[in-house]
Design a protein around this ligand. Structure first.
Ligand SMILES: C[S@@+](CC[C@H](N)C(=O)[O-])C[C@H]1O[C@@H](n2cnc3c(N)ncnc32)[C@H](O)[C@@H]1O
Length: 277
């Protein structure tokens, strides 16, 4: 089993991926990127980074699996319930006090739990039909899972339901899904009628619309500061003035080039408001 990888080997790997598949991992945070590579070598019983590079070069199907492994997809519904309370009680009402309709972008939506959380929240606020949502991710298979809206019953009960109760949801979370076979639940598809799923790579895809609220949670943590800075600029450009930006609880934009163009609305939940073009 390989225990460590040289930075130069990671650079070679990133170069091949960039040339062949046009994904740029050069500015991902190297320590977690290296951990993921070591894990991939172990799972697929690949003997060295050189052997991994050869496999990636000649096996596009394997590359899809590789991409899925490299992008951390861990997520849950109503992750950090206090943020969702803030969205329900302050941020969304504030937006609707001046807007008839709003546009939301979930960037790095993974398997869709965050999107369903938003749709349930909006439905309980009575404004689901007044919102257009874009849900994007770099990873196509994970987006396909998001579209399918099928989650394990175990996660639903052990994690999602607990978060929903902590948030103080209006009903039972089971109102929003039906049990299917094999230990899965299928989410109510009427919730996501106004959701567009699309692949979007934060490293290179850039601005594609303007939004009143962007959530990009627990994604930037995998990027180095230089890349985070570029992505923050892209989000700033994608937001209307006086609209909101939410990042993960362990992330911050305070040091970035655009920090003076935002004010902090909730420092605990990492909610920012764009105040300058
Ligand atoms: C840990 S999940 C976060 C999911 C959700 N936002 C949450 O907080 O629970 C990180 C997601 O970011 C996506 N991701 C990683 N790099 C990306 C990139 N360059 N562009 C878009 N999405 C990316 C991954 O595929 C993964 O689904």
């Amino acid at each position: 089993m390989i225990e460590d990888i040289e930075i130069s080997e990671l650079r070679n790997l990133c170069q091949v991926i960039l040339e062949k598949y046009k994904y740029d991992f050069n500015n991902y945070a190297m320590s977690s990127f290296k951990r993921r590579i070591l894990r991939i070598l172990e799972i697929y019983k690949i003997s060295s980074v050189t052997a991994l590079i050869e496999k990636i070069k000649y096996d596009p199907i394997f590359f899809k699996q590789f991409l899925n492994e490299i992008t951390v997809n861990v997520t849950e519904m109503f992750r950090d319930p206090s943020l969702w309370r803030d969205l329900r009680d302050k941020i969304l009402p504030n937006l609707f006090s001046t807007h008839q309709t709003i546009k939301i972008w979930h960037a790095g939506c993974s398997s869709g739990e965050e999107v369903y959380s938003m749709c349930i929240l909006l439905k309980e606020m009575g404004v689901l039909d007044k919102v257009k949502i874009y849900a994007t991710d770099i990873d196509e298979p994970i987006l396909a899972k998001a579209k399918e809206g099928k989650f394990t019953s175990k996660n639903m009960i052990d994690v999602n339901e607990k978060n929903y109760i902590r948030l103080g949801g209006l009903h039972k979370i089971s109102n929003y899904y039906t049990e299917t076979t094999g230990g899965f639940v299928k989410m109510d598809q009427s919730l996501v009628q106004n959701v567009t799923y699309k692949t979007h790579d934060l490293v290179k895809s850039g601005v594609f619309n303007k939004f009143d609220l962007i959530l990009c949670r627990n994604v930037l943590i995998y990027f180095n500061q230089q890349l985070q800075n570029e992505v923050f600029k892209m989000f700033h450009e994608s937001l209307f003035n006086y609209s909101y930006f939410v990042i993960g609880s362990k992330e911050t934009l305070i040091w970035s080039d655009v920090s003076s163009k935002f004010i902090v609305v909730n420092s605990e939940e990492k909610v920012f408001k764009k105040v300058k073009e």
